[in-house]
Each structure stands twice: as C-alpha cells, then as structure tokens.
Write a protein that binds this ligand. Structure first.
Ligand SMILES: [Fe+2]
Length: 233
C-alpha cells in the first residue's frame, strides 16, 4: 500500500467548498426588500470573492512556480482556469455592487442573476478543485518530497496577514473532520506563539458545533472558563 502523501489542497479546499455552499443558500433565499439582510449577505459575498482572489494569488504565486520549475508546462490548463475565475469574480462583484446600490423594489431580478452566476461559478470551482487535488497533486508528489510541499505551505501561511489567516481559519477549521481539526490545531500549538491556539478557538467558537468544540478542547487538553459555556451547551 502506498504511503499517504501530504495534501496541500485538501484543508483549504474543504473551507472553500463550505463557504461556496453557505453563499449559494444565502443568496438563494435572500429577500431583496430586506435592506438589513441584503447588506449582510452582500458583505459575505464580498468576503467570499476576496477569499477566492487570495486563494488564486497563493496558488499562482507559490504552488505553480514550484511545479513549473520541475515540470514546465504542467500548470497550463489550471492557469487558464484561474484567468477565467478572475473574470467571473469581477462579474460577481459587479452584480453584488449593483444589488447594494439599486432601490429595494428593483433588486429581485439582479439577485436572480447573481444566484445563477454564482451557481455556475461554484460548479466550475468544484470541478477545478477536484482537478487540482488529482492532477496537480500527482505532479507535486512526483516532483517534490512531502518536506518540500510542507515548505511551500509554510511560505503561503507566513505570507498571510493575521486578519487573512483568521478569515481562512473561520471557514477551513469548521469544515474539517474532528480528527483533521485536532491534528491541525495540535501542529499549530507546536509552532505558533503561546496562546495562539486558545485565541483561534475563541474566534471559532460561534462557528463550531458544540460537540466538535468539546472534542477539540478535550483533544488539546484545554479546560473551559465559565464564560466559555455561554451559548454552547
Ligand atoms: Fe486553483
């Protein structure tokens, strides 16, 4: 049996799939006459598009050069997808901008437009991510050791601002299985400054199911303060 290789795509793609699914539902049920809901959902839409732009930039800036340096031409199809995604992101941002700025009674058809375009964008991204997880991973594994792939990931993580890291973890960690989450946070505890794990868990608290939170805290031997029980029992 082949040993399990390090998968640089799996955790972040789980987070992206979760965010895509969340936004499809949020836009699909959006009440265009409810100004508060429109503002909240369009703010989330901007967050999703920013998330996608950052993700494309990290893959283009760090993963593809590593692959091209050892197997020239291997990323051609994926690069073309990325250019397509950049145009789609600009189109979705324009629709979200329009929805924010037109009168409530004219929003319905533009929201329908956004929903359909978002659904197509999500479908393209789901296919694209599956391709990366099979073809790009195959090329990475054939040309790089796990230590080298982990080093690429390390550079990507270090290139994020603290705010960007928080936004990434918000979607990535709740989308993981309990075991994946515990391994991820266990590694974070080994390398990050003291208190980082605790502050990440505090930020995640509203987004984790209570039994997932319990498993994570038990696995990391974190005891709860009385205030941590509020809203999670
Ligand atoms: Fe990609």
């Amino acid at each position: 049996m082949q040993a399990q290789r390090f998968d640089i795509y799996a955790p972040i793609h789980k987070g992206m799939r979760a965010f895509f699914a969340h936004m499809l539902v949020a836009v699909g049920r959006l009440d265009g006459e409810d100004n508060e809901e429109v503002a909240a959902v369009m703010a989330e839409m901007e967050e999703l598009l920013d998330f996608c732009r950052r993700h494309l930039a990290k893959e283009n800036g760090y993963v593809h050069p590593a692959l091209e340096s050892r197997r020239p031409g291997v990323t051609a199809a994926i690069v073309a997808d990325h250019e397509h995604h950049e145009r789609d992101i600009a189109g979705l941002a324009a629709l979200a901008f329009t929805i924010r700025h037109i009168p409530a009674l004219r929003r319905e058809s533009v929201i329908q437009d956004l929903y359909r375009h978002l659904a197509r964008f999500v479908a393209d991204n789901l296919a694209h991510m599956a391709e990366e997880e099979s073809e790009n991973n195959r090329a990475l594994w054939e040309t790089h050791s796990d230590e080298e792939i982990m080093a690429i990931e390390g550079v990507i993580v270090a290139s994020q601002t603290q705010e960007e890291a928080g936004k990434t973890l918000r979607w990535m960690l709740p989308a993981m299985s309990a075991q994946e989450r515990l391994r991820f946070m266990g590694k974070m505890r080994e390398v990050a400054p003291e208190g980082t794990v605790e502050s990440v868990i505090t930020a995640l608290r509203p987004h984790l199911r209570s039994h997932d939170l319990r498993k994570l805290e038990a696995g990391l031997c974190i005891s709860r303060r009385p205030m941590d029980f509020v809203g999670v029992i």
